[in-house]
Structure formats: C-alpha cells, structure tokens
Design a protein around this ligand. Structure first.
Ligand SMILES: *Cc1c(COP(=O)(O)O)cnc(C)c1O
Length: 455
C-alpha cells in the first residue's frame, strides 16, 4: 500500500517510512493513498476468524510491502500471548450497554493492544536493518507504560518517555518508572500533556536532531497503532451479529475513535461513532458546533484524556476536505494559531458519522457510583465518560470502549464509591519498588540535551 502525508499528498511513502517515522517530515500525518472497501461477501469471510487471525487479515492489507503475511501472523500470535484474555478483548455488559473490554494486556489499558504488536514490529525491522533506534514518546499516562513494556530489554532500541509531572495517577507512573531495564528513560516534564506532545513533535521536525539519533515515534498518530486498533471494531461487530453497531469512545487525542472511522471507511457497517470527552471538551465543541479552539488543559479524574490538541483530528480534516492536502495544511496553520471554526458543510459531513458528548467530573463520578450500585461493576473513569456520553445521547444499545482497568485509577473510584480494585497479582510489585525518573523543565533544549547524553 502507498501512503501520503495529510499536508503534501504529491509524494508517496511505503509502510516502512510510515511505521518508523510516525510523523511525516512536513509535519503531516500519514494516510493510505487509497483504501480498499470490503464488500458484504468479503466481510462474511472475516466473520468467524479468531482475534489473531482477524488482526492478520486486516493489518496485512496495510503492511504487505513490509512484512509477509506468515511473518505478520507469527508476530501477532507472539504479541497477544501475554494477554489475560485468550481472545485479547472481551465483550461484556453494563446494564443495557455493551462494554468492549480492551484492558487485558500487560499494563492494563487499551494501549497494550497496539503497543505489544509494535514492539515486535520494531524487532522485525531491526533484524533486517543494522541500526540503533531511539523511540521518543509523550504520554498522558497509559501510552508510556504500554510502550515501555513493549520495548524494555530489546537490543538496539532505547525508549524515552515524557509524561506531565504530577499529572498522572501514581499507578500509571509506577508502571513506567519502576522498570529497571537499561534502555528505558523516564522524563517528567513540568507542564501538561500538550506540552510533552509539542516537545516531541518539535524534536521530530528538527530533522538534524531527529535523524542524528534515528528517532522514531509511537504516539497515537503512528499509523501502525491505528490499524491495530481497527481490528477490535471489526471483531466486536462480528460477535454482536447485528446489522449495524454504534460505538461510544472515550477520547483525548482522537486516535481510538479514528480507528473506528477507518473501520467504517473499510466497509464495516458502523452507524455512529460517539466521541466522549471529559471537561477537556475541544472535540465535543468541534463536533457539535464546529468550534475547534483549544483552552487551558484541566486536570480531571480521567487523565489520559486531559488533552486540548487532538493530533489525529488532522486525519479527519483531510478526509472531509476531499483528501486535499493544501487545504489541510492551511487549516492546520490556523489551528496552530488557535482559531478554527469548521465550515457548516464540513460539519454536516462530520456529523453523518460522529456524535459527541462531554462529562464533567461530578457526572463521571456519578456514573461510576450508579453502575456500581445498579450493575455491581466498577468502571474506570475513562470508561465512565464513554458510558455517560452514551446515556446523554440515549444510545442505550451501543458498544462502549472500556479503555482501562479500574485498578489503575484508585483515587477516582475511591472518590466515587469509596472502593478500589486491587492491581492484578503480577503487577503488585510496582507498588514498593524504587522509582527512577528525571524531572525536566518544559523546554525542548533541555530534553534534547538529556537524550543526547543518554544515546
Ligand atoms: C489513551 C487513552 C484514552 C484516549 O485515547 P485516544 O484514542 O488517544 O484519544 C482513553 N482512555 C484511556 C484509558 C487511555 O489510556
């Protein structure tokens, strides 16, 4: 498959560029030049595959110029062998709603599903390329732990993770900072997630620096992550056996929900995708009123969604502007100056596929409480936002993506119901181990110097 950048679609790229670079040199995001759509017959052939087989079929559409289907299949089997659910994900119920549990991987959030695969994909790449790669990634809390678990101890790979200092849960932090392998470096930035993400983006675009250290990125803009996440939309659709399905997706960076949109573009009969945000509601304002203006980031009980610059939204902007990279580049300039009103006809196109809602802090806690009392289930605060958005829109029959295990957010569930889930036995050890991380100012030069000293 050939790929283009959302900001310049005159040049073509292959899967290897897309995977290893993450971000295009012009600052745009990669998208396929064209997309195959499954017809009804092709969909029915996928219907009865198990999760790993389905992953292989879908991902192979995008990566066959890089890795053979046989090799891909073995990487996928290896990636998911550590999951606590045999079928990787699990469909369950909360009242009338369905939950798609995505948190059965090693670090207890949906990020593991893509990241475990990506770790093995790097190893495959390095088996054929004599190189040393430095992964640099910003995290709002869960990406970091998932990436570290996937990369730790691998040869010819270092990983540097930037998290916002004191703005993630202590369990989220400990899952990253207690890892002892020598190729893992944790950096706490005195700032918020958007600051961390900006530093990483700027380092990528500093081509002299990024090329000098063979810098590679695994943030949610990485196309390999998106396609891996597309699989569970297909999987849950097939298991539910209904004509169409809607999904409510707790969102910050528009990555997971974009994977759903991609599934729809690939022919999966999805009705609506509900974009569920916490009080950092830029995406809700954008989708309901066209107002894409970022405000101060607020700290909430769902920290992985405390984001005001939804990177992956650029991909949607490109698609709704008829794949015009010039228009997309212009819009992205305006967004950088922090003012963008989505045009009325474009908003109508977006609203054909997307709905949105936002839950404030009290509503999120109330949803955790209500579901504990009525359904005897403890929801993590991110999933609660997804459930709340479905309630507000009266989508009583949709699938809510359950993005994290509640034990990762004991403070939130303690506030709501005075109870928390314990960490699974295998992860208890992180509670008492020494933590290792470097606090740095919100300053790109400091971060660059730190990295240069370590590589
Ligand atoms: C990352 C994360 C989200 C938001 O995902 P995006 O697709 O990046 O917007 C939601 N919930 C949890 C638990 C997360 O870790």
């Amino acid at each position: 498959m050939r790929y283009v950048s959302t900001r310049d679609n005159s040049k073509e790229h292959n899967f290897e560029d897309v995977f290893i670079k993450g971000l295009a040199d012009d600052g745009g995001l990669y998208l396929p030049k064209s997309l195959n759509k499954y017809n009804v017959e092709e969909l029915s052939k996928l219907k009865n595959l198990n999760y790993n087989e389905l992953s292989t079929e879908i991902i192979n559409q995008f990566s066959s110029d890089f890795i053979s289907k046989e090799k891909l299949s073995s990487l996928i089997n290896k990636s998911y062998s550590t999951f606590r659910e045999k079928e990787v994900v699990k469909l369950s119920k909360v009242g009338e709603l369905k939950l798609l549990e995505l948190f059965h991987g090693p670090t207890l959030a949906f990020k593991d599903i893509a990241m475990q695969f990506i770790g093995n994909l790097y190893e495959y790449y390095l088996s054929k390329n004599d190189k040393k790669i430095n992964i640099v990634v910003a995290t709002s809390g869960d990406t970091g732990a998932a990436a570290i678990d996937a990369i730790k101890g691998r040869s010819n790979l270092n990983i540097f993770v930037l998290h916002p200092n004191n703005k993630i849960s202590s369990i989220q932090r400990k899952l990253m900072t207690t890892v002892v392998e020598k190729n893992v470096f944790n950096i706490a930035i005195d700032g918020n997630f958007d600051d961390c993400q900006n530093i990483v983006k700027s380092m990528f675009l500093d081509l002299e620096f990024s090329k000098s250290i063979n810098m590679s990125g695994v943030n949610s803009i990485n196309w390999a992550r998106i396609i891996t996440q597309t699989v569970y939309y297909f999987y849950s659709y097939f298991r539910l056996d209904k004509e169409t399905v809607s999904f409510s997706v707790p969102t910050g960076n528009f990555g997971d929900v974009f994977a759903g949109y991609l599934a729809k573009k690939m022919g999966l009969p999805i009705d609506k995708l509900i974009v569920a945000t916490n009080e950092n509601d830029i995406l809700h304002r954008a989708i309901s009123k066209g107002d894409y203006t970022s405000r101060e980031v607020k700290e909430t009980s769902s920290p992985s969604m405390d984001i005001q610059l939804a990177s992956n939204f650029e991909r949607l902007i490109y698609y709704i502007n008829n794949s015009d990279s010039k228009i997309t580049a212009d819009i992205m300039k305006k967004i950088k100056q922090n003012s963008h009103q989505i045009e009325k006809n474009n908003l109508e196109i977006i609203q054909k596929d997307f709905l949105s809602e936002s839950c404030n802090e009290q509503e999120t806690l109330d949803i955790i409480k209500k579901n504990y009392e009525e359904n005897n289930i403890i929801l993590d605060p991110h999933t609660a936002v997804g459930v709340g958005a479905a309630y507000k829109l009266s989508f009583n029959d949709c699938v809510v993506l359950s993005t994290a295990h509640p034990c990762k957010f004991p403070d939130a569930t303690n506030n709501a119901i005075n109870k928390h889930k314990k960490l699974p036995q295998q992860l208890q050890h992180v509670l008492n181990k020494n933590e290792n991380f470097q606090v740095l100012k919100n300053n790109i030069e400091e971060v660059k110097n730190f990295i240069k000293r370590k590589v």
